[in-house]
Structure formats: structure tokens, C-alpha cells
Design a binder for this molecule. Structure first.
Ligand code: SAH
Length: 614
């Protein structure tokens, strides 16, 4: 579940909000800017709630129920996608589930109410009568048809009784009107629902489909393997890799990729149909690790809406594709289908199978930027990557900034200097199937970890297929220059460059040459790593060079710890600037000849560089 947003309007709600936050790992307290400080700030309640709602984020608002309803009213027409929305009295005395009955709002209401030692204001009649939401089965089970489900529950509410067929342990403690001779039945079965309206069908996710039908491996880094496989297939004509047999299209064309993804999906669906199984009974799609980076498999898993897992068959596991099931499954199962020509095998287990226990996942490495510091300047994709991570790597200060993390997430904090070692460590972890996030501050591609990660992959990947199979993604962030510029106004409004003044990894002469050219070209300059105890003289030398080309009146912006607590922003001139005004937590933006400033009406000035030249 996406961690909820706990939204407060004033300081009076903070203590209750923090108690609720402790229940939901990864959740954050969102507070109205200027009134109270928490994890994320927002400026307008209605816009903020609508934004959260539209993203499907569960909302716990510590304010009047009416306020919450009015804020999201315009978005309520589509019931299918609504996240849980609850109103909680700011003193914790009332918990009111408002929306998201099918997304578990009543479960959340009970959890929060238990923490606050009050009774939740549950109003759902089926739930009140039966003590559970029959239409919201637990993880591992899927309701066949929601419209039928609603009709079924209203029949029960109207006084009908029901039988239960199949294993439904979560209904054991429900107060359902049971009767062995009932006309209605709750049926827990992997078989497809045949449309009868006297039964409520719930599918256990108890079927696994293994496929050897694989199209082209066209993901970056997988090309060498694909060629080798392709040649072997063409040469031997065996069906070990039936890609060629199944006629799955030419290499590398985007159509071939989509076709083979769609083709795998169709083959799995056909096999399920042939056995009368519902697509919702599928727990996972399984393939061999040599095709881990194949986009067709990922497409097929996405369209079947199941996790993609991998297993390496052993000689004793028999013929493909059934051998994949044998290698991957740790529970008893029945092999329903094992068609080597089509390249599909199906296993049916007696109960729902946790997909995490089937073989292993494709490992992921996501390099994210946290932004300058405050959570609201972190892009949502970075927050999502953090929520999905099993392992988090990075310099300790940044790992702390990335929190709050869950107890089940492993943190591998390291000293800032061991960047290459950390990058290799990330690939080692990810290639065992874990979801690894590497954190940088600002943007990960600006003087940070993304380049180190790619360097490690280029060096180590050529000899290590497991590293190449890792799903690597880089998520951008708000860089310190952008964050500082935005606070000052728009000093980067025209051409600019970013320079690191650190000569740890490049010769000082290169820095001098670049400074001269940038200064001569009248570029605005953003200096990263301007000074440190180990590099005491370099900033003065850099400023001497700039002063050869720019007047003493040139505007300079100094942003220190921008987006963090205790941040400072100063605007001075190049003439006034001393290296003692700057430390390693400062961003120095030196204006161009056109950068200007005017009073901002408070106590400082707006600095900007016009978009035009005279
Ligand atoms: N990847 C980071 C930069 C890392 S280099 C980014 O894109 O922002 C580290 C330098 O960035 C620091 O020496 C400082 O010059 C600057 N910096 C990073 N965070 C900052 C912040 N919150 N405020 C001001 N400068 C910052």
C-alpha cells in the first residue's frame, strides 16, 4: 500500500498526527506552510488534497469531515479508483472513514481508532453487519466482479444466507449468515466465474505461468546475449529458445517487442482459458534468468498485472517450461499444462501463493536525487523508489534525509569518499534480486552518484551478466543551483554553467581554463564544492580569475543549506565576496554582466538574469 499522507492545518493536530504516523511506515505529515512545520509543507488545502487524491495516495486529514468532503468533491465521480480518505478529529477523539471502502478505509479506521483508543465511526452496512468487508478480500485473493459482489452483499443484507465453498480463512471470524443449504454461495476458486448471480466468486492467486517463449532481448546491456542466443537458435533449430520457432518477429524493431509481449500475454491467457482458470488467479509470471532484461516479459507481466519472477532450472527439474515451475515453487502444486511447443506451463497450488516466495525478482538499482533537503522538493518518483526499496545505500547524512524508512528496509551507510566501492556494492546487492536505491543530494547526475554507478557498470558489466541484467534507473532531482536560484529569483534565467571547484578528481589547471572561458563567455556560473578544509585556497584563486573578466558590481548569490533547517540566502557583489563567506555547504552563483537585482519589498532583493541581451 502507498503510505498515507497525514494532513494537518495547525500545530494543535501535530501530536495526534505523529501517533498515526507511527502506524504507517513511510508516511509523512503534511502541514500548512506558515502555520506549523512537519515533513512536507503545502500552501493550499484544497489543491493539496485533490493532488493527493488524484495520485491515489491514502489521505488521513486531521480536520472536519465536511472540509475534506468539500475539497475532494469534484473528483468523486469515479468510484473505482478512490484511495482511502479519513477525517480524524485533531485531538484524536473521532475517526471517520469517508471514502475508499474497497481500498481498505475501514481497516485503516479500525487501526487508527485502536491506536487512539476510540471507536471508529464505521457506517458501511455490510461491514457493520458481518464485521468485515466481504468485498475486500485480503492480499493474495481477488474479487471476480465488483458489480456482482455488490448485488450479492445486498441480498445478504436483505436476509439471505450463504454457503462458503473453498478456503476463505479470513471469513472464519466474520459474522456471516451461514447455512449449508443456502441458495447463495461465496466460492473461493481459481476457476473463472461463469456469470451466475447466486455466487460471489473470489479467486485465490494460486496459479503460476512459466514461459520459455521469449522475443528479442533488446534492453541495454543485453544485446550481446541476445545475439549469442539468436545465433545458437538459428544454428541448432532446437526449441530450447522457441523465439524463432514461434515467429516472434525481427530483432530490435519496437513492433517486435510489443508483439512478443502481447504474444506471451495471449499464450498465457489461452492456456488459462483452456483449463477454465481466471486470469485473476495468476500469482506470477515465471521465466529463466537469461531473459531477465527482456522487455517483452516485463510487458507481458504488466498486462497480466502480476509480478515477474525468475528461476534457474536444474537438470533434475525435467523438460521446459515445466522445469521452471519445478525449480521455483516451494509449495505443493499440480502441473496443469506443460506445452513445450507453445512454451507455456501452468502450475496450480491448493492455496494462494505469495509471489515473493516464487524464484526471485529481477534486481533493481535506482539512483535518486533527494533534492536540496526538504521533502517537498523531492520528486514523487524518488519517493516511490524509496518506498519500494529493500536496500538503501548512500552517504549517512543523505540516508537520514531520505527517511523515515521502514524497519524492514536495510540501510548501508558509508563514508562519502568510497563512491566507486559503493556503486559496485549496489550492483552486487541488486543482482541478487533486491530493490536497491542509491541516494544523492540534489540531482544524482550533478557531481554525484549516477556517473559513478555508470562507471562501475561499464567496468564491471562486461564480465558480469548479473550486473547487466539489473534494472537500472536514474531519477532526477532538484539540484542545489536550481533550489538556490529559485529562492533568489531567477539568476539562471539566461545561459549558465555549473562547475565543481573541487580538484579531487580533476587537475586544477582544467578548472582554471574552464573558469576563464566561462567568465569570458559571460555565462552565469554556479559553483559546487566551492571550498573545504582540504581545499582552502582554490576559491580565492577562482574568484581572482573571474574578477579579471567581471566588474566588482557583479551580483553574487550565496545559498547555504537551502531547503534544510537553518538555511541562509545572501545577495552580495563580486567586490564584496570573501572566501570566508563560503563553506562546503554553500552554493555560489556568480551573475553575468546582465544579472540584476531590485528590492523584494521585504528585507532582501530579487535577483534575475534577463532573457535578452542589449
Ligand atoms: N548532487 C548535488 C551536488 C553535490 S556536490 C546537487 O545536485 O545539488 C556538493 C555541493 O553542492 C556542496 O558543496 C554545495 O556547494 C552544493 N549543495 C548541495 N546541497 C546544498 C544545499 N542544500 N544548499 C546549498 N548548496 C548545496
Amino acid at each position: 500500500m502507498t503510505p498515507p499522507a497525514i494532513v494537518i492545518l495547525g500545530a494543535g493536530a501535530l501530536a495526534t498526527a505523529r501517533r498515526i504516523q507511527a502506524l504507517y511506515a513511510g508516511s509523512q505529515v503534511h502541514a500548512l506552510q506558515g502555520r506549523v512545520e512537519a515533513d512536507v509543507s503545502y500552501t493550499e488545502l484544497r489543491a493539496h488534497l485533490c493532488d493527493l487524491y488524484a495520485r491515489g495516495t491514502p489521505i488521513i486529514a486531521l480536520c472536519a469531515a465536511g472540509i475534506v468532503i468539500r475539497c475532494v468533491a469534484a473528483l468523486l465521480s469515479n468510484k473505482g479508483v478512490e484511495p482511502p480518505v479519513l477525517a480524524v478529529a485533531e485531538d484524536g477523539s473521532a475517526v471517520v472513514p469517508l471514502l475508499g471502502g474497497l481500498a481498505g478505509v475501514n481497516v485503516m479506521a479500525r487501526e487508527i481508532a485502536a491506536e487512539l483508543a476510540v471507536s471508529p465511526a464505521i457506517t458501511t452496512s455490510g461491514e457493520l453487519r458481518f464485521g468485515t468487508c466481504v468485498l475486500n478480500p485480503p492480499e493474495g485473493y481477488a474479487l471476480a466482479d465488483i458489480a456482482q459482489g455488490k448485488r450479492f452483499v445486498s441480498d445478504l443484507l436483505a436476509g439471505e444466507t450463504t454457503r462458503i465453498e473453498g478456503e476463505a480463512p479470513w471469513l472464519d471470524c466474520a459474522q456471516l449468515p451461514r447455512s449449508e443449504s443456502a441458495r447463495l454461495a461465496i466460492r473461493v476458486t481459481p476457476r473463472a466465474w461463469d456469470g451466475r448471480d447466486d455466487e460471489l466468486v473470489i479467486h485465490p492467486r494460486s496459479v503460476v505461468a512459466a514461459v520459455t517463449v521469449v522475443g528479442t532481448d533488446t534492453a541495454p546491456g543485453a544485446n550481446a546475449d541476445a545475439d549469442a542466443d539468436g545465433n545458437a537458435d538459428a544454428g541448432t533449430g532446437t526449441s530450447a529458445h522457441p523465439a524463432t520457432n514461434a515467429g516472434l518477429g525481427a530483432k530490435s524493431s519496437p513492433d517486435a517487442q510489443t508483439n512478443s509481449g502481447a504474444r506471451i500475454t495471449a499464450l498465457v491467457r489461452e492456456a488459462l482459458d483452456a483449463h477454465g482458470l481466471a486470469a485473476l488467479s495468476l500469482a506470477a509470471l515465471l521465466a529463466s534468468p537469461e531473459h531477465m532484461a527482456n522487455p517483452a516479459l516485463a510487458d507481458a507481466a504488466a498486462s497480466l498485472n502480476v509480478p515477474l519472477r525468475f528461476a534457474q532450472p536444474r537438470p533434475e527439474d525435467g523438460e521446459p517450461p515445466g522445469n521452471l515451475l519445478h525449480a521455483a515453487l516451494r509449495v505443493p502444486y499440480e502441473m496443469l499444462h506443460n506445452n513445450a511447443d507453445a512454451g507455456v506451463a501452468l502450475a496450480l497450488a491448493p492455496l494462494a501463493i505469495d509471489p515473493d516466495t516464487i524464484g526471485r525478482a529481477r534486481g533493481r538499482l535506482t539512483v535518486i536525487g533527494l533534492g536540496p533537503g526538504s521533502a517537498d522538493l523531492m520528486v514523487p518518483a524518488a519517493r516511490t523508489a524509496l518506498n519500494e526499496a529493500t536496500d538503501i545505500l548512500g552517504y549517512e547524512t543523505y540516508v537520514k534525509m531520505a527517511g523515515p524508512l521502514r524497519a524492514d528496509q536495510r540501510v548501508h551507510g558509508t563514508d562519502n569518499r568510497e563512491e566507486m566501492q559503493r556503486a559496485r556494492h549496489a550492483f552486487e546487492l541488486a543482482s541478487t534480486g533486491r530493490s536497491v536505491v542509491m541516494v544523492s543530494s540534489g540531482d544524482p547526475g550533478v557531481f554525484a552518484m549516477a556517473a559513478a554507478v555508470l562507471e562501475a557498470l561499464e567496468e564491471g558489466g562486461s564480465t558480469n551478466a548479473d550486473w547487466r541484467a539489473v534494472q537500472l534507473a536514474i531519477v532526477p532531482g532538484v539540484s542545489a543551483a536550481m533550489a538556490t536560484a529559485a529562492q533568489a529569483g531567477a539568476p539562471l534565467g539566461h545561459d549558465f554553467c555549473m562547475l565543481s571547484l573541487s580538484d579531487n578528481l580533476k587537475p586544477w589547471t582544467i578548472i582554471e581554463t574552464r573558469l576563464r572561458h566561462a567568465a569570458e563567455a559571460d555565462l552565469v556560473m554556479a559553483f559546487y564544492n566551492p571550498i573545504s578544509r582540504a581545499r582552502p585556497w582554490q576559491l580565492d584563486r577562482a574568484l581572482d580569475i573571474v574578477r579579471e573578466y567581471r566588474s566588482t558590481a557583479t551580483k553574487v548569490v550565496l545559498g547555504r543549506d537551502i531547503g534544510r533547517s537553518g538555511s541562509t540566502l545572501r545577495t552580495i557583489t563580486l567586490g564584496e565576496l570573501r572566501s570566508s563567506d563560503v563553506d562546503m555547504r554553500t552554493m555560489v552563483i556568480v551573475g553575468s554582466s546582465t544579472t540584476r537585482a531590485f528590492a523584494n519589498g521585504v528585507d532582501g532583493e530579487w535577483v534575475y538574469t534577463p532573457r535578452w541581451y542589449e
